[in-house]
Structures are given as structure tokens and as C-alpha cells.
Design a protein around this ligand. Structure first.
Ligand code: URP
Ligand code: ZN
Ligand code: ZN
Ligand code: ZN
Length: 489
């Protein structure tokens, strides 16, 4: 790798336009984008003729080195990011989980875990309890630590789940800080009841995952979160939208003008729940996650919603456990660690193959849903999510005529299985450039720990535009208070 790089002759794609041009990079930054750039022989030249030159993918939803359900995800910040880079993703945003409710302790732990990073990353923060300390810590996160988004779990009763009262306090605080509220929308009380019912019926296997928390529970929680965010008048981001039920609530709210963002994840877009009925326990357990992967039909509807802009960007929810970890739930599906492997590396390929190759979205839309929209929502655009002078040199070269094949044998994740095993498709990321360095070329990965940078995210993204006006309008719409006179005695 060199500090000077020229990508020649490719079709440069941004979220709203594309043109044949050269891209010149120096010291990790894009310096120029125009046709026929001339350089000296100290510059490494990559030929991109006939290929697409695009912003590296940004994955808004990952769980690396995540302690969850009595175990820990099998990919840490190094192996997960190495896998990401091999698949054309150059930045991810991971979820910090508080330690005993403390945001600062949680962040400290994640700062340690992420020291071995080999690509750029940012953090969301989960909120798992509520008191004055948490409220104060949220201010510190936003004002000093570069975190501008908070996730509220409406599911995982007994561990991460919060109630509506906390949701309202949290939304209010997010709004006052200019931070984005995110929800895991599933009715946790009802899902808990559903799990008990399955066990009573003797359903102890992985299919209990889908049966205990049907789409209606995701739809209910999505609607509730949307309505409460509307009541507070703050933007809302719904993570891992898995069902038509949830998607339709988002669609309705957006049509009414509410600022709601919906994030489908790759597993929900391209898989269906039939695997959960596989007679082999481990094969089925691989697909256990929350919200559950849905029946065939939901994925297709989510794809259509993504193509129409009802849903705005694609995440992975990469949360891999290997077979021995999944086996923790061999007698009881409630103990199977929730999360699917195989997606941080596969997202760019699968979205291309499923959405672009099939003609559902354009190449510019591809850049929008895999990179640019995420950068805009989390307020790091145009440093990230764009091929233009001044932006970070996080760039991929995708060959639309080349093919890819997915297998646990060749993937870069540490997990021993891949939920997309055997998938063959068109459109291959042949080159990944991270911070101006060529890290993926000729199917070879050149990464080293410590080279990734923490990306601070500032509050008040574009989603907050107009919120003040709406508040003022609401206040002025309130009728004047009634003056009441009381007789004095
Ligand atoms: O099953 C899942 N999705 N595991 C990761 C944690 C979460 O809820 O995002
Ligand atoms: Zn660890
Ligand atoms: Zn979740
Ligand atoms: Zn997740």
C-alpha cells in the first residue's frame, strides 16, 4: 500500500449521480475526482475500467465482542472488521451495552474491546435502566464521547428490556440532546408469554423462536414506539425491521410526515423461517434471532419497501455465535443465543445481488442504502458515504460481471457456519480501500490491529430539521388556560 493512490477509469457512483472519472487519494483522503488525472510514478494505480467505484459500505448495526445470553459473540473487533473489509464494508456502528446500567463503564469496556480495530467504527449506546445518573451520562455521551444515538430494547424481558415509562423519559432526553432514539421493537411481555406457552405445548426447539414472537408483536411495539416518539416529537429509528407488520407502521407514520427511519437487515431481506423447522438442531439454531426471521413473503415485501424508500438503509445485526454456543439451547430454545452469523461480510454482495442485479434498485440507490443514508442519519456525511474531494478514502471497486460465492469455508468471520452457505451471486467487491490503504485485493486481506479509527458522531442530524417549528406550532395550538375564580371565605 502507498499513501498516494489513483483509481483509473471506473464509474464513480454517489447516492445521486454517477460518472466515469478517476479518483486520486493522498494520505487517506480523497483529493480529486475528475476524468484524466495525471500523476507521477510514485503513485499506485488501480485500473477500474468497466467497474463501479463506490463509497465503502457503512453497517449501522453490529454486535462485535458482545456478551449476551451467557456467552459472547465469536467475532471481536478485529475478526469482525476484517470480514467486513473483505466484503466491501469500511465502517460499522456497534452497540455499547452499559455495565450494571452505567453508560460510562459500558463505554470504557468497549473502548478496550475496540483497540484492535482495523477499520473505522462508531458507537450507539443502549439504555437499560433509568435514573438521574443515566440521564447525566447521556449528556456526557453526546457532548464529550461522540455518541449521538441510543437504543431502547422493548424485548428481552428480565435483561435488556425497558418499559414505556423509560421509553418516554429516554425519548425526551434524546430530543433535548439532539440524539437519535432507536428501538428494538417487539412486545417483550407478550413474547415472554409466548415463550412460556411454547414450552407448555412441548415446543422446545428452534421453531419456538418464530412461534413465540409472531409479526403482530413486532407490529404492536413498532406502532407503540412510533406513537410515543410522535407524542414527544422526536425522530425515531427502528432497528432490524423484520416483518410486513412493522414495515406498514413505519410507512403509515412516514406518510403522515413523522420522522421515522426503518432499517431492514440482510437476514430479514433474503431469508425465510423454514430453516427453523430443520430436523437438525444446530442447522435450525443458526437462524434463531430476535425479532425472528419471518415466513416467506415478508422478506420480499421488505425488499419492495426498501426499493420504494419506505425503508431507508440496510444493516446486518451481525451477532455471530458458533455451533457449540448455539447448543446452549439444545433443550430449550429460550437459551439459544440470539443472533445470526454471516452478514457483516455478505451485506454488500447480497444487497447488490438481491436488489441491483434483480433490477429492484439502481446503482446510485445501492450506494444510498448501503452507505450514504447511514452517514447522513448519524451525521458523518460527507466525511463518510461519498466519493468526493475531502472525504475519507473508504472506497470499493465492484465488478458487476464477476461472481461471488458464500461459504463458511472461505468467509473471514470466526464463526463455523454461515447462514447464507452456498449462495452464489453476481457483483463482486474486488478491491477495498480503507483510510487510503488497499486492504482487500486479489482475494487477499491485508489488515492489522490498531489501524481503525473511532469516528465521533455529532448531535442534531438532518432528522432534527423542523422539530423546533413543529414544537412551536404545537404550543401555539394549545388553547389558553382557563382563568378560574374561587370564592374566598
Ligand atoms: O437476535 C439478535 N438480534 N441479537 C442481537 C441483539 C439485538 O437484539 O439486536
Ligand atoms: Zn470479549
Ligand atoms: Zn435488537
Ligand atoms: Zn442487533
Amino acid at each position: 500500500s502507498s499513501t498516494k493512490l489513483l483509481i483509473k477509469g471506473g464509474t464513480v457512483v454517489n447516492a445521486h449521480e454517477m460518472e466515469v472519472a478517476d479518483v486520486y487519494v493522498e494520505d487517506g483522503i480523497i483529493v480529486a475526482v475528475r476524468p484524466n488525472i495525471k500523476v507521477g510514478d510514485d503513485v499506485t494505480v488501480l485500473d477500474a475500467t468497466g467497474k463501479f467505484v463506490m463509497p465503502g459500505g457503512i453497517d449501522p448495526h453490529t454486535h462485535l465482542d458482545f456478551e449476551f445470553m451467557g456467552t459472547e459473540t465469536i467475532d471481536d473487533f478485529f475478526s469482525g472488521q476484517a470480514a467486513a473489509l473483505a466484503g466491501g464494508t469500511t465502517m460499522h456502528i456497534d452497540f455499547v451495552i452499559p455495565v450494571n446500567g452505567s453508560l460510562l463503564s459500558g463505554l470504557e469496556a468497549y473502548e478496550k474491546k475496540s483497540k484492535k480495530s482495523c477499520m473505522d467504527y462508531g458507537f450507539h449506546m443502549a439504555i437499560t435502566k433509568w435514573d438521574e445518573v443515566v440521564s447525566k451520562e447521556m449528556e456526557i455521551m453526546v457532548n464529550e464521547k461522540g455518541i449521538n444515538s441510543f437504543k431502547f430494547f422493548m424485548h428481552y424481558k428480565g435483561s435488556l428490556m425497558i418499559n414505556d415509562e423509560l421509553l418516554l423519559q429516554g425519548f425526551k432526553k434524546c430530543k433535548s440532546l439532539g440524539a437519535l432514539a432507536m428501538v428494538h421493537a417487539e412486545n417483550g411481555d407478550a413474547a415472554y408469554e409466548g415463550q412460556r406457552r411454547m414450552i407448555e405445548l412441548g415446543i422446545t426447539g428452534p421453531e419456538g423462536n418464530a412461534l413465540s414472537s409472531p409479526p403482530v408483536l413486532e407490529g404492536e411495539a413498532t406502532a407503540r414506539a412510533i406513537k410515543l416518539a410522535g407524542f414527544i416529537n422526536t425522530p425515531l429509528y427502528v432497528v432490524h425491521v423484520m416483518s410486513i407488520d412493522a414495515m406498514e407502521e413505519i410507512s403509515k407514520a412516514r406518510k403522515s410526515g413523522q420522522k421515522v427511519i426503518g432499517e431492514p437487515v440482510v437476514s430479514g431481506l433474503v431469508l425465510n423461517d423454514s430453516w427453523l423447522w430443520d430436523p437438525d438442531f444446530i442447522t435450525a439454531a443458526k437462524y434463531v434471532m430476535s425479532p425472528p426471521i419471518r415466513a416467506a413473503g415478508h422478506g420480499k415485501a421488505l425488499q419492495a419497501a426498501l426499493s420504494m424508500g419506505t425503508l431507508q438503509l440496510v444493516g446486518t445485526d451481525h451477532c455471530p455465535f458458533n455451533s457449540t454456543q448455539k447448543a446452549l439451547g439444545i433443550d430449550d430454545f429460550r437459551k439459544i443465543p440470539n443472533g445470526v452469523n454471516g452478514s457483516i461480510e455478505e451485506r454488500m454482495h447480497l444487497v447488490w445481488d438481491t436488489m441491483v442485479e434483480s433490477g429492484q434498485i439502481s446503482v446510485t440507490d445501492y450506494v444510498r442504502v448501503t452507505s450514504t443514508e447511514c452517514a447522513r442519519i448519524f451525521n458523518i456525511y460527507p466525511r463518510k458515504g461519498a466519493i468526493r474531494a475531502g472525504s475519507d478514502a473508504d472506497i470499493i471497486i465492484l465488478n458487476p460481471n464477476s461472481s461471488f460465492e458464500i461459504s463458511a469455508k472461505s468467509h473471514h468471520s470466526r464463526s463455523d457456519t454461515n447462514v447464507f452457505e452456498g449462495w452464489r451471486g453476481k457483483g463482486k467487491v474486488e478491491v477495498t480501500i480503507s483510510g487510503g490503504r488497499v486492504v482487500w485485493l486479489n482475494d487477499e486481506l491485508k489488515v492489522f490491529p490498531g489501524s481503525g479509527k473511532y469516528v465521533e458522531m455529532r448531535p442534531f442530524s438532518y432528522l432534527f430539521n423542523g422539530i423546533d417549528k413543529a414544537d412551536a406550532k404545537y404550543l401555539s395550538s394549545l388553547k389558553a388556560p382557563v382563568k378560574r375564580f374561587r370564592a374566598t371565605t
